[in-house]
Design a protein around this ligand. Sequence first.
Ligand code: N01
Length: 541
Amino acid sequence: MPASERYDAIVVGAGLSGLYQLYRLRELGLRTRVIEAADGVGGTWYWNRYPGARCDVQSMSYSYSFSPDLEREWTWTEKYPTQPEILRYINHVAARFDLWPDITFGTRVISTHYDDATGRWTVRTDTAGEFSAQFLIMATGCLSAPKLPEIPGLERYGGRTHQTANWGNDEVRFDGLRVGVIGTGSSGIQSIPIIADQAADLAVFQRTPNFSMPAGNRPLSADEVADMKANYRDWRALQRTSRAGIPGPESMEFAVAAAPEERTAKFQAAWDRGELTALIGTYIDILIDPVANEAAAEFVRDKIRATVHDPEVAETLCPRTFPVGTKRMCLDSGYYQTYNRPNVHLVDLRKTPLVEFTTTGIRTTQTEYELDAIVFATGFDAMTGALTAINVQGRNGLDLASQWSGGPRNYLGLAMAGFPNLFTITGPLSPSVLSNMVVSIEQHVDFIADCIVYMGEHGYDVIEATQNAQDDWVQHVADVGSFTLFPKAESWYTGANVPGKPRVFMPYIGGVGEFRLKCDAVAAIWYEGFTMTRADQTVIA
Ligand code: N01
């Protein structure tokens, strides 16, 4: 292999975003290579193989819209798709569009730097040497840097350990074992009922309870699949203009103005729909007004009390430290019912914090738990972690991690001042995790591809976000966020789950429809907020 393989574009990551970016760039005739750390495609759906892993957006919506043929030929089987079904779909896409030959698997990008003289990025990897490209596109995902709890002694623990976000390919069973699960976010809430079914004894170590709603998962009927397929174009159009890429009723009513019985009826109808945004979408003020929010929160707490037989356990499961919806809602299948099983125990880490791992289990301030296996469902260094894990150096050696030491700074979640020809797909400060990711991914990928076309048509080689546009965007994202209750939660949205991480509300909450309009307007006025220049043509491949 040559010391530095030359490409027009390097894409880092072969998840849903990297694969679609490859498809678009190859269609444009760009020599493109995708570099992927895993041994297969799928990104988040490659790594998160834990029991019960499912998407919390409905299958017929959580899929690519760029190919009507693909939509017609693929048939989803359940309302919410399982991880294996999504991974099969992604593999089908890779095969159908012949994407495999352009992906280098089992290779992690370690560092990358921009050369001002050549206008190119050099990309260094752990196993496949160096690559060089005019464009560098980070399709590294928002939830792809898993984290373990910061508790001493893990190295001396002699039992089995598993991490939901890095589960491995082998089937894992817990039959007859004493198991501990740490973490009660979406991953914990999905896996706990299944682990409880297998384990002799399950201790759930909960620091912060979450709000969870029954997913109401079920097989899709042939009729509803056919109906959606017949109307897919209209549905996709609705997705693109909706708030979160999940079309549904958008209320203009205020919860604080509604009569209590009317409110409860609306909350109940939302509860029965079993959709991620249903409850917070009941009234326009749920995510803005603490009084409205508390009404919705108490509705969920009542559901928990009505489900969990032991009143003390029920109260421990009731979230009280953050407004409902300001951490991502969870959708579950029998989560709260699990606590009625005799083999399941809830450990309240607020009352008895974890102290250390022992050779045989976990010690809290009160008890030592003997465990044959521990499952870490402890989340991610979200949104920025996968990017700052790579040593990214832009113009004049500008270091990305230092630039972001006070929180992420970019323009439209897409590009950074000082980092020419570098794009991030669904980067921080874009709707990303507050949306149906596939909708946001397609929007960003299309923006990037269209931008590259524009550059080619006008003879530009280098594009860079301006400092002013970046500063304005960072401010706008913060302003819109501060209008809501979101910044009040200690969540991975704000970086609060990673010790030392700056507290910044990272996603853009303006909505995917609104965000798309902004991006379209930027493109329409000659990529306002970007500078485009010509490089020395002799050094561009
Ligand atoms: O991670 P999380 P996740 N000691 O950060 C606890 C998406 N997702 O993997 O809240 C004790 O939500 C932590 O406690 P606390 C979805 O967007 C989607 O579950 O920090 N506990 C928390 O309970 C989701 O929001 C799907 O107090 C510790 C848990 O670990 C996102 O991924 C499925 C601890 C981490 O929860 C992340 O979900 C799965 C410690 N030292 C994930 N450190 C679907 O599509 C952490 N915790 C359905």
